[in-house]
Write a protein that binds this ligand. Structure first.
Ligand SMILES: Cc1ncc(COP(=O)(O)O)c(C=O)c1O
Length: 474
């Protein structure tokens, strides 16, 4: 013992150092049955309810004092969740959820996600989790192959498209510097339809956007060239170009070939944000829309969106993952053991260290269901969007804003203001018909439907569109 220590000496008996693991870490059979029962019930639902209603005051009251210094019966706590909390959470995986970007995880992916949780599967490094890394890499390979990226491509799964975009753009910036670019303030060419997470990533990393204005939602060669000419100073500070493979608002795939060519001419990094729409590549007749994606230096696609996996999961793939390793590897003496050699550790490829092996749910589901099932399920969403578009086109009181390319339909209801769309949305939610939200198109309030769930039927689409026929009174 150190001579300077002022801590009084105390010699506990060896047995008193052993904490009782039964107190918190023992498997309680009753709790197991309770939770498995609830989970089974939920998984057995043919259609998850829309939900999203519920009483916040009642919820607050039920929560009051729930967490105290002592234990509580698991059933009481689960009851609070079931009776007060669950209903207030919208089911993004309901086939009646058409807002934002819906979710539709396969049962296989949900079940394996439980394995990932129960086995505490992390996926940081080859040293710690070789099997998990191998399984995740197999899923990433399928995604990279869909994009026709080279065999050398590789990456990792992060929590979402936002985290993927941020991690990729950091690599873009630092690689540009390493290649001798010396921008005063690094700029990235983006379109006015790029996802908000791109703007966020640029702000966080001290970069700035050079925004190419679109006319019809699509980043074209002309839009890029116009932006470069009109902003010559910012253009000389560019480090990267971002193209979107499926804009969130309208489901438009940018002219990736043009973006790739301009990036190559100027020695810029090409990042493709396919968080929502990347899965469209699986459908052969849509594949030409994505031409040029094979030249991406980095690509993001979210399994928790159109790859039918549970939250939270985004695939981040680099053409040359060693560039990402240069940028993201964390250096600490206790981590030296995981580094060295040619191994690409998932923790070295994004701004994270400890990470759940979240890609394994996708891997399991891909293997169990087969990729044809994925192609057909993605195609079903696109066909449903076409069905809705045709119905809108044929309607007297509705206009199609733009013919859908992927699975998002934008429409206007004659004479409606934003308040009308909002009232319509609330009415559908109150009746549990659907969850829809409004959006805007070049400043005009519009209606928006995002399809993704394979269980969404034409009948459900009809119900939603028919509800637009009646005027909404204030
Ligand atoms: C094109 C695009 N990029 C990025 C994101 C952000 O993804 P996440 O919500 O998973 O962070 C989204 C989300 O909808 C998106 O559609």
């Amino acid at each position: 013992m150190s001579a300077q220590s002022s801590i009084p000496e105390h010699h506990p008996s060896a047995s008193s150092l052993n904490h009782d693991p039964a107190r918190m870490h023992r498997l309680d059979p009753a709790m197991l049955e309770l939770i498995l029962g609830y989970v089974t019930e939920r998984l057995e639902l043919a259609e998850a309810p829309v939900d999203g209603l519920g009483d916040r005051a009642a919820m607050q009251q039920a929560m009051s004092g729930l967490i105290g210094d002592g234990p509580r019966d698991a059933k009481d706590v689960l009851d609070v969740y079931v009776d007060y909390l669950a209903d207030t959470v919208l089911s993004a995986d309901s086939p009646r959820f058409f807002a934002f970007i819906p979710a539709a995880p396969t049962k296989a992916s949900l079940l394996f996600d439980m394995v990932v949780s129960a086995a505490s599967l992390q996926g940081c490094s080859w040293l710690e989790a070789a099997g998990a890394v191998m399984a995740e890499n197999a899923a990433l390979r399928v995604m990279a192959d869909a994009a026709l990226l080279p065999k050398s491509a590789g990456g990792t799964f992060v929590s979402g498209g936002s985290a993927g975009n941020l991690s990729a753009l950091v690599v873009a910036r630092d690689t540009a510097m390493q290649r001798g670019l010396t921008p005063q303030i690094p700029h990235v060419l983006v379109s006015d339809q790029s996802h908000s997470s791109i703007a966020n990533a640029l702000r966080i990393t001290g970069m700035r956007p050079l925004i190419a204005a679109t006319r019809d939602g699509r980043l074209t060669r002309e839009a890029i060239e116009r932006a470069l000419v009109d902003n010559a100073d910012d253009a000389s500070n560019l480090v990267a170009v971002v193209a979107t493979a499926g804009t969130t608002n309208a489901g438009i795939v940018d002219d990736i070939s043009a973006a790739a060519q301009i990036a190559q001419e100027r020695n810029l990094w090409l990042h493709v944000d396919g968080a929502y729409g990347g899965a469209g590549m699986l459908v052969p007749r849509l594949r030409p829309l994505y031409n040029g994606i094979e030249q991406a230096d980095s690509l993001v696609m979210d399994p928790h969106k159109w790859w039918f996996a549970p939250f939270d999961s985004a695939a981040l793939i680099y053409k040359d993952p060693y560039l990402a390793r240069e940028v993201h590897t964390q250096d600490a003496s206790y981590l030296d053991v995981i580094h060295g050699g040619d191994d690409l550790n998932p923790s070295d490829l994004a701004f994270h260290l400890t990470r759940r092996a979240r890609g394994m749910a996708l891997w399991f589901s891909m293997a169990v269901n087969g990729l044809d099932a994925y192609r057909d399920a993605v195609d079903a969403g696109v066909r449903l969007a076409q069905y809705a578009a045709e119905r809108i086109d044929a309607s007297e009181h509705l206009d199609l804003v733009r013919h859908p390319e992927l699975s998002i339909v934008l429409f206007r209801r004659h004479g409606w203001t934003l308040a009308d769309y909002e009232r319509w949305s609330q009415r559908l939610l109150n009746r549990q018909t659907a969850f829809v939200t409004s959006s805007s198109w070049y400043g005009e309030p519009i209606g928006r439907l995002a399809f993704l769930h394979p269980a969404t039927s034409t009948q459900i689409v009809d119900e939603v569109l028919d509800s637009l026929a009646s005027a909404i009174s204030a």
